[in-house]
Design a protein around this ligand. Structure first.
Ligand code: UD1
Length: 344
């Protein structure tokens, strides 16, 4: 019988790509998502790729009784991947309570339900934001956690602490915390991808929308940083590569491959790419121009951060395979598909 995995936020960007990879690997997936930042049609995209329609519940993970009903209806859920969260850094500054409720109460509900339903492990979506501006690059998992610059960033830190304390207290499950660097791109089939709500805050959707003519020009936030070309540096990782690391993490917990009840991994490529290099790579690999202008720095931006992914490479046997150039082509193909479908 297929092992059942509950994926919260499973119609979202990283969630949907992970659902596909789980299904391909032979897991039965149950999605719970409140559709606050995604649409129901994502399920069709998932089904087109994998040939399997996952069970779907339009439920907010803050609603514990409804969440509990899912565990009752699908007895034997073995693992959880918890993506469901609000993720707009700027918005979190203005709506801190909404962010603390959405991002923290949801985790508490899941952790409380896990022992009741004998769930063996939870993978948690964390972020390189916990490192702030690291003193040493590339950043390893034992780099110090820096004070968060936004309520969003703080929720990731607090959630990591909640998981650590819960495991330390001896609750009967395991956890793997995955600290993502900057996920970009879309599934190569262009059936699923990133669907930003309104004006994109993240770089790549803004680039593809500008290339499509939806936005007039891209603003590059600062060219006076202490980097070779003056623009900020990030570690952009292909979303399908990222999704695969979740399947490996689930396998690892459910097959007891590690004695550690809590493990933390950086998921990045190990390669730092500047904003200007990324624009250039997009233009080269797609042949489409992206009009841009340099503007002032964005408040709260980190100057440069990229991963040391060696620990994940060695322990998980996982490596990011796709190049930024190949990945930007998938992001562009997805943007073109959205246009064909009249969505964006
Ligand atoms: C941000 C968060 C990160 C979070 C992620 C979730 C910060 C410091 N980091 O990542 O914690 O997990 O969002 O979505 O807020 N840029 C432009 N023009 C644009 C958009 C972005 O120049 O229109 C630049 C930014 O200044 C940055 C880079 O592109 O240097 C990447 O930005 P973005 O995609 O927003 O990701 P992060 O800021 O790294």
């Amino acid at each position: 019988m297929k092992k059942k995995i509950l994926v919260t936020g499973g119609t979202g960007y990283i969630g949907s790509h992970t659902v596909v990879e789980l299904q391909v690997a032979g897991y039965e997936v149950i999605i719970v998502d409140n559709l606050s930042n995604s649409i129901r049609e994502v399920i069709d995209g998932i089904e087109k790729i994998s040939g399997i329609r996952p069970a779907f519940y339009e439920v907010d993970c803050n609603d514990k009784p409804s969440l509990q009903n899912i565990f009752i209806e699908h007895r034997g859920i073995k693992g959880i991947i918890h993506f469901a969260a609000s993720k707009a850094v700027g918005e979190s500054v203005h709506k801190p309570l909404e962010y603390y409720r959405n991002n923290i109460v949801t985790l508490l509900n899941l952790l409380e339900l896990m022992p009741e339903y004998n769930v063996e492990g939870i993978v948690f979506s964390s972020s390189c934001t916990v490192y702030g501006q690291p003193d040493i690059l590339p950043v390893t998992e034992d780099a110090p956690i820096k004070p968060a610059l936004s309520p969003y960033g703080n929720t990731k830190q607090i959630n990591e602490e909640i998981i650590r304390d819960t495991i330390h207290a001896g609750l009967p499950f395991k956890s793997i915390i995955l600290r993502y660097f900057n996920p970009i791109g879309a599934h190569p089939s262009a059936e699923i991808g990133e669907l930003p709500n309104g004006v994109p805050q993240n770089l790549v959707p803004f680039v593809t929308q500008t290339a499509m003519g939806i936005r007039q020009e891209l603003s590059v936030f600062g060219d006076d940083y202490d980097t070779p070309d003056g623009s900020c540096i990030r570690d952009y990782i292909n979303v399908v590569d990222l999704a695969k690391a979740h399947v490996i993490s689930i396998d690892r917990m459910l097959e007891n491959k590690s004695d550690d009840k809590l493990e933390i991994f950086n998921l990045g490529t190990g390669r730092g790419v500047s904003v200007l290099e990324l624009i250039n790579a997009f233009e080269k690999s797609t042949g489409v121009k992206v009009p841009y202008k340099i503007v002032g720095r964005r408040e709260g931006d980190i100057e440069k951060v990229w991963a040391n992914p060696e620990y994940a490479n060695k322990i998980l046997g996982w490596t990011a395979k796709e190049t930024v150039e190949e990945t930007l082509v998938t992001a562009w193909n997805w943007q073109k598909r959205l246009r064909e479908r009249g969505i964006q």
